[in-house]
Design a binder for this molecule. Structure first.
Ligand SMILES: *[C@@H]1O[C@H](CO)[C@@H](O)[C@H](O)[C@H]1NC(C)=O
Length: 272
């Protein structure tokens, strides 16, 4: 399922601060954050379909994804994890990419996709749900946003809770260094579930209750499912990127932290 909370263009030090939990079956083969061999992409990688839920590029792009909670999904649909990769590897602006995706959006199961370019400081939100509605294409405004498994900023229990806690933490450390440990361990490992009466009632109440906390852990007939990765991605105005991930590997929690500078677009122009 996944949940992401982010601050876009409204922090004195950071262009982007993004926290994201990835929920998946624990035994689904996955690579933790790292540079991809054949491209200039940094992120975790789903080894089954080859895509990702969150990644950024050397050139200054960021893309992340959550799925939309729905009762029926199509096994033959195209893999949603390809969407961030298509954006990161391409040269289209977020707006152009979003507008082109509209034509193909029906080929995927329900998704919420955010694509951003840190040079032009534009961020777009695209979603192909609810089914039957026109595809949503929306420029993301500066400020704090939360993306769970419904439309951007839908007031689901876990989204509201994460937004409140995130805002409070940012108020406390306005110009200081971000308390990475506190953000990852406290904000993203929160297991408080929703009140039953507030569940969206799309799937069974028992399943929805199990998914209603920020940090998810469920035993299912198909094996253990839940949060197996927490990422904190920050981009400063000067292009300095820090990608921290705490992830589960063979039953053990491990950490990785990768830092780099996004390329300056102007200096990459080669004179003839
Ligand atoms: C909800 O979680 C509990 C505890 O992990 C589990 O026993 C139960 O089967 C789960 N229900 C569903 C529908 O996943």
């Amino acid at each position: 399922m996944c949940i992401a909370a982010f601050v876009w263009l409204s922090h004195p030090l950071y262009a982007l601060i993004l926290l994201q939990n990835r929920d998946e079956y624990h035994d689904r083969p996955t690579k933790p954050v790292g540079w991809w061999e054949e491209s200039e992409i940094l992120g975790g990688r789903d080894e089954v379909a080859g895509g990702t839920w969150l990644a950024c590029s050397r050139g200054g792009r960021v893309a992340f994804l959550t799925s939309v909670l729905e009762l029926h999904t199509l096994p033959e649909a195209r893999s949603r994890g390809d969407l961030p990769v298509l954006f990161l590897e391409g040269t289209k602006s977020p707006k152009e990419f979003a507008e082109e995706l509209v034509k193909e959006a029906h080929q995927y199961n329900g998704f919420n996709l955010i694509v951003a370019d840190l040079h032009s400081n534009t961020m777009m939100y695209i979603s192909n749900r609810p089914k039957g509605d026109a595809v949503t294409v929306q420029e993301v405004s500066p400020g704090i946003h939360v993306l769970s498994n419904a439309k951007l900023d839908s007031p689901w229990h876990k989204a509201k809770r994460l937004q409140q806690n995130f805002e409070e933490l940012l108020r406390k450390c306005r110009n200081d260094e971000l308390p990475v440990k506190e953000m990852v361990e406290k904000l993203m490992r929160d297991t408080v579930k929703a009140d039953k009466s507030t569940l969206p009632r799309i799937c069974s109440a028992d399943w929805e209750l199990n998914l209603s906390s920020i940090y998810v852990e469920v035993d299912t007939p198909l094996g253990r499912y839940g949060t197996r990765s927490t990422a904190l991605l920050t981009v400063k105005a000067n292009g300095e990127v820090s990608f921290y991930e705490k992830y589960l590997e063979e039953g053990m929690w491990k950490e990785k932290d990768v830092k780099y500078y996004m390329k300056q677009l102007k200096s990459s122009v080669v004179s003839p």
